[in-house]
Write a protein that binds this ligand. Structure first.
Ligand SMILES: [Zn+2]
Length: 330
């Protein structure tokens, strides 16, 4: 009887789930809307229903499911299986998610922060798989990172390490939701890119982006900026280049501190592809110390599947192979 684990990625918009077998092969990806506005109890019910739906669909019985790995956005206490606080999920404060999902599905559950789960996906099965010292960034609505040192995830004492989105890159920059000013997230996240594009248009720049947004500057997204830049729109290209400079400054700092072999960049902003990657590499080469500037900077490989895949891979290690989680602990 084939055994499986499930990997689930809980996001502010969607919940995605996937199965993984003992060999590490993935099966049957499904995604549902989160309906986060209905509150934590309803979202947890949806996670449980999605798991059961996926089991039925793939003819997997309760005896075949060994465990679940679950990625949760925001601050997570993985040792206690608790979601401490999640800004994108209304009402999520101090929710014992792991216990609730375990009770609803009848199988053991481990949780971690969604960015770290995506980082695990890339580290074990994606663009970071053949390197020991790897930093995996997710450039989405916000910016986060998973830092691997000698194959182990560095979480810090309070599981709050990897907040590269809140490193200052502009001393007089706009105020960030974290309370600081000029955070990387204000420039290189999806929101930051859209904000700077709107500012350029307000300052008089002509851009195809405004057409893509049907003339409504308020509805400009980072995806539109990437699309216009790919078509040669100069104002959009300028915004992407500037994004690369801010990102490069932060990555050069990271490279100097940690001397990683590889930095993997994923998330929606990477829709810009080489348009963003090439100048980021250049800025890091210009700004980091010799040796540290040799770091490989590559695009992530797993796309939207990274979070669920990483969660499944960690669940497989813990519940199927009986391995201890490879995390630096205190
Ligand atoms: Zn911040």
């Amino acid at each position: 009887m084939t055994q499986y684990v499930a990997g689930i990625d809980l996001g502010g918009t969607n919940i995605s789930a996937i199965f993984m077998d003992a060999e590490g092969q993935t099966h049957g990806w499904v995604t549902w809307p989160t309906e986060a506005a209905r509150g934590p109890a309803e979202v947890i019910n949806r996670i449980i229903s999605l798991t059961k739906f996926l089991m039925d669909k793939n003819s997997i019985t309760a005896q075949q499911l060994r465990g679940i790995g679950l990625g949760v956005p925001g601050l997570v206490n993985s040792r206690e299986g608790r979601s401490v606080f999640s800004p994108n999920l209304p009402g999520w404060r101090d929710i014992p998610v792991a216990g609730l999902v375990a009770a609803g599905t009848g199988v053991p559950v481990l949780i971690d922060n969604d960015v770290r789960m995506a980082a695990w996906g890339e580290k074990l099965l994606g663009a970071g798989r053949d390197r020991e010292d790897v930093i995996c960034l997710t450039l989405g609505t916000g910016i986060g990172a998973g830092i691997f040192i000698q194959d182990k995830l560095y979480t810090g004492r309070d599981e709050s390490a990897g907040e590269i989105g809140h490193v200052t890159v502009e001393k007089d920059g706009p105020r960030c939701s974290c309370g600081n000013y000029g955070c990387l997230e204000m420039y290189a996240s999806g929101r930051g890119i859209a904000r700077r594009m709107r500012a350029a248009i307000a300052a008089g720049a002509a851009s195809l982006v405004l057409d893509l947004a049907h003339g409504d500057a308020g509805s400009i997204t980072a995806a539109m900026v990437c699309q216009a830049a790919a078509r040669g729109d100069q104002a959009a290209e300028q915004v992407i280049k500037e994004t690369a400079v801010y990102l490069g400054i932060a990555l050069a700092g990271l490279a100097n501190i940690l001397n990683p072999q590889r930095i993997v960049l994923g998330g929606g902003v990477m829709g810009a592809g080489e348009l963003l990657l090439a100048p980021v590499r250049r800025v890091v080469r210009e700004r980091a110390m010799p040796l540290n500037r040799e770091v490989e900077i590559v695009a992530a490989e797993l796309g939207d599947l990274a979070g669920a895949t990483g969660a499944a891979a960690i669940a497989r290690k813990e519940f199927m192979l009986g391995e201890e989680r490879a995390t630096w602990t205190w």
